[in-house]
Design a protein around this ligand. Structure first.
Ligand code: PMV
Length: 327
């Protein structure tokens, strides 16, 4: 018998990239989840499988043996899962052989935080299987460690939202604060279906900041102002202002060089079809964009994004962070 845990994907409403440099960001968990199933083995090896990526492999001491897919890719993509498992085994204090399988309704490498959701779900599943009482803080800390393997210098926003859920105001130095957002935020998500690397895009921004420190400093200040205004707009369900702020945020991200022609196409199509605002979400360079639309315009905005080549889905915010599904 195994244990199944799940964790939600996320949408960054405001502040991606700037958050890496200490600015605040607003992020919400969505009702698309990643699932991890963990079960004990009779030997001491660690068998990992990602159903969506069609990759599987076995780690035994320092050796890796591929079981499905390309060996290099499998090792690279399964490494953060292994790291999360090892951190839980460290707490457990003895080595245990495990099968861990992850499956997801979240598109991969699309800006929706799939890797952090995987890490949080795996940590919780293995913790529960080994009867370790992990707090949400423990799950966050371990998935953050795993995220560092994937992204280099992540802000921690993805593991925080996948662990705690809800709508968070996140800042690297002060941590996060839940925002009490009562009404739904009607968003259409458009996926360009172009995979990209968060690590590469974060490095691109770092380079821009090093070359133009004074310009980027003012962009950071503008972003902070956008986030502060957005908190009030969210609490007051002022969709018009939220839309304007999303467009302003997109202009800054475009300026930093992290948009992409495929994203611009979907963003423009959404705005033309009556969206109140639209922007990329996550690291950019492909991946997903989000459009805010009044309920009666959601359908036409979604169709316009599809005509422009995007794959769309609607998502609702969820308060549920990481959780055990089946023990
Ligand atoms: O990995 P993504 O696409 O969900 O983006 C993460 C958000 C960034 O601000 C770009 C990076 C970070 O660590 O905060």
């Amino acid at each position: 018998m195994g244990v199944v845990a799940s964790a939600p994907a996320k949408i960054i409403l405001f502040g991606e990239h700037f958050v890496v440099y200490g600015e605040p960001a607003i992020v919400l968990a969505i009702d698309k989840r990643t699932y991890a199933k963990a079960e004990k083995r009779h030997d001491e090896s660690l068998h990992l499988r990602s159903k969506n990526l069609n990759l599987a492999g076995c780690f035994e001491k320092e050796n890796f043996k591929v079981e499905q897919g390309d060996a290099r890719e499998a090792r690279l993509k399964l490494e953060p899962i292994k790291l999360a498992v090892e951190k839980v085994l460290e707490i457990h204090g003895e080595s245990v052989g495990l099968n861990v399988e992850v499956s997801s309704t979240v598109p991969v490498a699309a800006g929706l935080g799939s890797s952090a959701a995987v890490a949080a779900a795996v940590t919780a599943a293995v913790g529960a299987l080994l009867s370790e009482k992990l707090s949400k803080e423990d799950v966050f800390r371990i998935s953050y460690e795993a995220e560092k393997v994937v992204h280099g210098t992540p802000s921690g926003i993805d593991p925080a939202i996948s662990t705690f859920g809800g709508t968070l105001l996140f800042q690297t130095d002060t941590g996060f604060k839940p925002l009490n957002v009562k009404n739904d935020v009607p968003l259409v998500i458009g996926d360009t279906c172009i995979e990209r690397s968060t690590r590469v895009l974060v490095a691109k921004v770092r380079n821009m900041r090093e070359r133009y420190p004074h310009v980027v400093k003012f962009m950071m200040r503008a972003e902070r102002e956008i986030v502060l205004r957005a908190i009030d707009a969210l609490k007051g369900s002022d969709l018009q202002t939220l839309g304007d702020l999303m467009n302003l945020n997109q202009a800054l991200l475009y300026g930093l060089g992290v948009s992409h022609e495929s994203l611009e196409r979907l963003i423009n199509a959404a705005r033309k079809a009556g969206a109140l605002g639209a922007k990329l979400t996550g690291a950019g360079g492909g991946g997903c964009m989000i459009a805010l639309a009044e309920n009666e315009k959601v359908e036409q905005v979604s169709e316009a994004i599809q005509r422009a080549g995007g794959r769309t889905f609607t998502a609702k915010k969820t308060d549920e962070g990481v959780r055990i599904e089946q023990a």
